[in-house]
Design a protein around this ligand. Structure first.
Ligand code: GUN
Length: 299
């Protein structure tokens, strides 16, 4: 029986810390953290994510600004909006929800965001600071930062001597996750769809992090007995057992099969998901503290 890593509970304690840091900053400096969330188009999943981000920002006591732009927004209009948010002193964090509609150049938009307001941690300056170990001034991508906190609940802060395998090499998740695990002294293998013998690589992992976007790809015999399994996948699949046309969310790991083998595992939903939003709020409060010239809280 694995320990079930409850992301909702861990996220709730991060949110509590954010709320008290927010109150303290307002009391000492009269500054309220400000988060701007930008959505282009009407993708239902993105609308839902953006809605929860804005709602959580308000709950944390932030100034929350949501910009919902039509599908046919031009690159120029989007760049103008971001430039305005860069210049707005009441905004400490800017998040442009991805993916953007196909006619827009996401990279140009992301790189326009001021690094100190890039609460998604996607700007090359923040990616570079993570790679060179500058956690004092950089901002770290939310899902990897949240996943590392979940790993720490089981393995502590020092991962010396442990093998970590990350499946997936995206800029948004896999690469920063690998860097974070390395910064905590794990021996890190970055695996991906072109790796030879994925099951064999994974079965050596004390910490296995799956972010491939393939429903239930990781099977029980990929998991080393006692391993810590972090499932970053959120896949919607048909669930005929719930009724005709019904769907459910599953991760990248076959949870029912992996759970008896793992030492600890995150469920989907309720594992990594809640941590992503919590870390977005954490990055916003960190950005606001830094702007005020104060030492930022750490999470
Ligand atoms: N779309 C899915 N996940 C994310 C994320 O973490 N940040 C942004 N900006 N868009 C996303």
């Amino acid at each position: 029986m694995a320990t079930i890593i409850n992301g909702k509970d861990v996220a709730a304690s991060v949110i509590d810390q954010i709320k008290s840091s927010t109150l303290a900053l307002e009391a000492s400096d009269g500054i309220k953290p400000g988060l701007a969330v930008v959505l282009v188009g009407a993708d239902p999943a993105s609308q839902a994510y953006v809605g929860s981000k804005s709602k959580m920002a308000k709950e944390c006591g932030f100034k929350s600004a949501q910009y919902s732009l039509p599908e046919n927004t031009t690159q120029e209009a989007l760049m103008t909006l971001v430039a305005g948010l860069n210049a707005d002193p009441s905004i400490h964090g800017i998040l442009v929800q991805l993916p953007l509609p196909k006619h827009l150049n996401s990279e140009a938009v992301i790189q326009l965001i001021l690094p100190e307001k890039d609460v998604d941690g996607l700007h090359v300056v923040n990616a570079g600071k993570l790679a060179t170990g500058d956690s004092e001034t950089g901002l770290i991508s939310c899902t990897p930062a949240g996943s590392l906190i979940l790993v720490r609940t089981i393995r502590g802060d020092d991962l010396s001597g442990l093998n970590a395998v990350v499946i997936g090499r995206s800029n948004l998740f896999g690469k920063p996750m690998g860097q974070l695990l390395l910064s905590k002294n794990a021996t890190v293998t970055m695996a991906h769809s072109r790796s030879k013998d994925l099951p064999g690589i994974c079965s050596k992992a004390d910490i296995l992090v799956a972010a491939v976007g393939r429903p239930e790809m990781v099977k029980a015999d990929w998991v080393k007995p006692g391993a810590t399994v972090i499932d970053v996948g959120i896949n919607r699949v048909p669930a005929p057992e719930k009724g005709e046309g019904k769907t459910k969310l599953v991760g990248d790991c076959d949870y029912a099969a992996c759970e008896p083998v793992a030492g600890a595992i995150t469920p989907v939903p309720g594992g990594v998901g809640p941590m992503t939003i919590a870390m977005l709020m954490a990055n916003t409060v960190i950005a606001a503290y830094r702007k005020a010239g104060k030492k930022a809280p750490s999470f």
